[in-house]
Design a protein around this ligand. Structure first.
Ligand SMILES: [Zn+2]
Ligand SMILES: [Zn+2]
Length: 441
């Protein structure tokens, strides 16, 4: 807390000697704020990250490193976890469990081939990705593209054939393609046979996948093994219950809005979250909170075979996070005085005039809100991709968490500025007294 105290004291001193806060006082305060948040100095000290040493970015960084948890004080709310578990239980009943087991169409590929295609490409899913149907098509045309020996011999060619060559960060992609091929060659088996090599312990396999430095972080590894289990490609596995919900901005968003996690202050901007401590902390608490929801759910409704927290992923992340919990109910008006609600902001037609047979009357957007904020929210919900595909009789008309969110429904997930890279903290250092520094996009 020493640095923080010194900083606050310096502000107090400036205000004491400039009680009117004239330009000169304001100028000094701006300088102090900038120095405290964004400048380093020779004796500031170092921290370890990714196996290398970094100077602290600033005195605030030092403070934030040590105190971010106490400042944010993120807590899991047991009572709300139970309400969320009840809501998920209702969805389970309404959809016969299907809301938690749909993944993607495997395009007629065999189990072995689905596993191979996904295993060798899931690690390339960043900054743009290719759909499974596209990759399945590439595989169908020439199986040899997905041969680990071929990939190792010419990783660049592999990236070109799966069409990620033009996406960013090519060096990283090459390393990932090489390392994942190497992983298979080391184990002397196909991706499908890996499970057997690990005595069907999916959690041990997942951990080694993360450790081999092939672009499988926690989230990608979890999603890959989850898909293999849900698709029935890998059966009779152990350790599946240890796989968490894939923590990302969508699951964090829903965790904050329902209130299964709660912080003492609203989350800080990524500009203050130097070296992503807040992001990592919230990420971890998010996974723990969804695990708690899962524990309550399975205990309360043991006959519902949700065998791992990661099975909540698809519904929480893709359905609620990406399709329901956003400003998708749009209010339109037309020159003839009609006002109506619609599910798409790309609409340009007055739908009321159109219904009355008056064609081509333009409509413009008046405002937008989330479906759960309006009594006719079903207009947006029933037109989401998820609900459109549901059989009639199972169609949802509102977000299952509508009664839970209340005043928290506008909370937003944290963002992070990466540590390394062209627009990372590591390139943003500035020395005290020298000016400049920061990020340029
Ligand atoms: Zn009209
Ligand atoms: Zn809501």
């Amino acid at each position: 807390m020493k640095e923080f105290t010194v900083f606050c004291q310096s502000l107090k001193d400036i205000i004491d000697s400039h009680p009117q806060l004239d330009i000169e006082g304001a100028r000094k305060i701006v300088q102090q704020i900038n120095e405290f948040l964004y400048t380093t100095h020779p004796d500031i000290g170092t921290i370890e990250k990714f196996g290398s040493k970094f100077d602290y970015f600033s005195d605030f960084h030092k403070f934030w490193h040590k105190y971010h948890k106490e400042i944010l004080n993120c807590e899991i709310d047991e009572y709300i976890c139970e309400k969320v578990a009840d809501a998920l239980h209702s969805i389970f009943i309404q959809t016969n469990g299907k809301a938690f087991t749909s993944i993607y169409d495997t395009c007629g590929l065999s189990d072995e081939d689905v596993c191979r295609v996904r295993f060798l490409t899931a690690n390339q899913d960043f900054r743009g990705s290719r759909s499974f149907s596209f990759l399945a098509d590439v595989f169908e045309c020439d199986n040899a593209i997905f041969d680990e020996n071929n990939i190792l011999a010419d990783p660049e060619d592999f990236l070109k054939k799966i069409d990620v060559g033009a996406l960013s960060q090519n060096d990283k992609r090459l390393k990932y393609a090489t390392n994942i091929a190497q992983f298979l060659l080391t184990h002397k088996c196909t991706p499908y046979e890996l499970l057997e090599k690990y005595n069907r312990d999916i959690y041990a396999l997942r951990n080694d996948l993360i450790a081999c430095n092939a672009g499988y972080g926690n989230k990608k590894a979890d999603m890959f093994v989850r898909d293999m289990v849900v698709l029935g490609i890998w059966q009779n596995v152990t350790g599946f219950e240890r796989i968490n919900v894939a923590s990302d901005v969508n699951t964090i968003k829903i965790a904050l809005r329902t209130g299964i996690i709660r912080t003492a202050i609203p989350l800080v901007s990524s500009f203050l979250d130097i070296f992503c401590y807040q992001y990592e902390y919230i990420d971890e608490m998010n996974a723990a909170a969804w695990r708690r929801v899962w524990e309550i759910w399975t205990k309360k409704y043991p006959q519902e075979s949700i065998s791992s927290p990661c099975l909540m992923d698809y519904f929480v992340y893709n359905v609620v996070g990406r399709q329901f919990c956003k400003e998708s109910l749009v209010f339109f008006a037309c020159p003839n005085g009609h006002v109506f609600k619609w599910h798409s902001s790309r609409n340009t037609t007055c739908q009321v005039c159109y219904k009355q047979g008056i064609r081509r009357v333009p409509a413009s957007i008046v405002r937008k809100c989330m479906p759960c904020e309006d009594e006719e929210g079903f207009i947006a919900i029933q037109n989401t991709e998820y609900v459109r595909a549901l059989p009639s009789g199972q169609k949802l008309t509102e977000c299952p968490f509508t009664a839970i969110c209340n005043d928290k429904k506008h909370l937003r997930p944290p963002k992070s500025i990466s540590i390394m890279g062209q627009t990372g903290w590591q390139s943003a250092y500035a020395n005290k007294g020298e000016g400049g520094g920061g990020l340029m996009a």
